[in-house]
Design a protein around this ligand. Sequence first.
Ligand SMILES: *[C@@H]1O[C@H](CO)[C@@H](O)[C@H](O)[C@H]1NC(C)=O
Ligand SMILES: *[C@@H]1O[C@H](CO)[C@@H](O)[C@H](O)[C@H]1NC(C)=O
Ligand SMILES: *[C@@H]1O[C@H](CO)[C@@H](O)[C@H](O)[C@H]1NC(C)=O
Length: 349
Amino acid sequence: MTFALQENLQWNLILMILLLVMRPLHQVKFNLSSACSSFVGDAAPVCPLQVQICKRSVEVMDAVRRGAQLAIDECQFQFRNRRWNCSTLESMPVFGKVVTQGTREAAFVYAISAASVAFAVTRACSSGELEKCGCDHNVHGVSPEGFQWSGCSDNIAYGVAFSQSFVDVRERSKGQSSSRALMNLHNNEAGRKAILSHMRVECKCHGVSGSCEVKTCWKAMPPFRKVGNIIKEKFDGATEVEQRKVGTTKVLVPRNSQFKPHTDEDLVYLEPSPDFCDYDPRTPGMLGTVGRQCNRTSKAIDGCELMCCGRGFQTQEVEVVDRCSCKFHWCCYVKCKQCRKMVEIHTCR
Ligand SMILES: *[C@@H]1O[C@H](CO)[C@@H](O)[C@H](O)[C@H]1NC(C)=O
Ligand SMILES: *[C@@H]1O[C@H](CO)[C@@H](O)[C@H](O)[C@H]1NC(C)=O
Ligand SMILES: *[C@@H]1O[C@H](CO)[C@@H](O)[C@H](O)[C@H]1NC(C)=O
């Protein structure tokens, strides 16, 4: 009994971590400790279907958790120079109100989350961590180009299918009727496409002294940074859409009929974003740009003019210590001096 309870508790902690990332849409009205105890009891879980899927695939949960972290890190990297910098919150939902609205930023978060789960699970398959999957054995034999398929091809089909069943389930359980559900499902799929359409072939040469007499190749996912770059580009070119009824089904179409329709790989959003200029205590995640670093010479969004929303900026001189005049010593180490220099740092008022 004690064991079951312990196990259950650990379970729910993992689940909570997941919910933090996977359900940014939902304004969740509980905190971690109370949520866990309510899970251990018979209280209705937040999303029964997702809990079921979790329980059926305990062994992949660790991969999913890594995926979640990957998504947060990549989001913060891609948005480091923007007014909304993908800062996460202590309280739920993890990315704040920003993501509870149907904005471009929400589109990015959903896409990167769905992609990261597919990516991390596929990785775990390849590394032999999981019982249910391994390398992609459908890739074998000799390719039309004449090389031998060999080694471990990433089983992206498994990762994508898992992501579809795990990440999309909340939206699907709502019956796909709301425009938000349609938007989320579309962007989840677009995120996974960013991996699927950029799978690559990696090869190794065999033969005397590196001659490429025999070449063996395998299919590999792009690095996650590349996936992040692709989704960020899609963010920049995202299409504003609205819901329309075609026959009996509801679809998303561009709000501006002059625009060409979006593809499966594009991101879509329903509402324009706020300007993210000011701190709003009533809106979680709306931190404003006071105190953010900016670039004095840039005319882009990282420039002081745009980043500080016209409020102006302060300049500070700070000393930075760097390695310099590095010399290579035989054999084998590098010795550097420490150089101090003054740099100017600009921060928004
Ligand atoms: C979380 O919930 C528990 C149990 O309901 C409560 O004791 C605790 O004060 C809450 N914590 C916060 C930060 O609200
Ligand atoms: C994002 O910006 C806020 C201030 O608006 C800052 O406190 C936070 O450290 C930044 N987060 C990251 C990940 O850069
Ligand atoms: C500031 O912006 C300029 C122009 O875009 C760029 O060349 C420079 O590298 C940027 N500086 C920093 C510190 O990012």
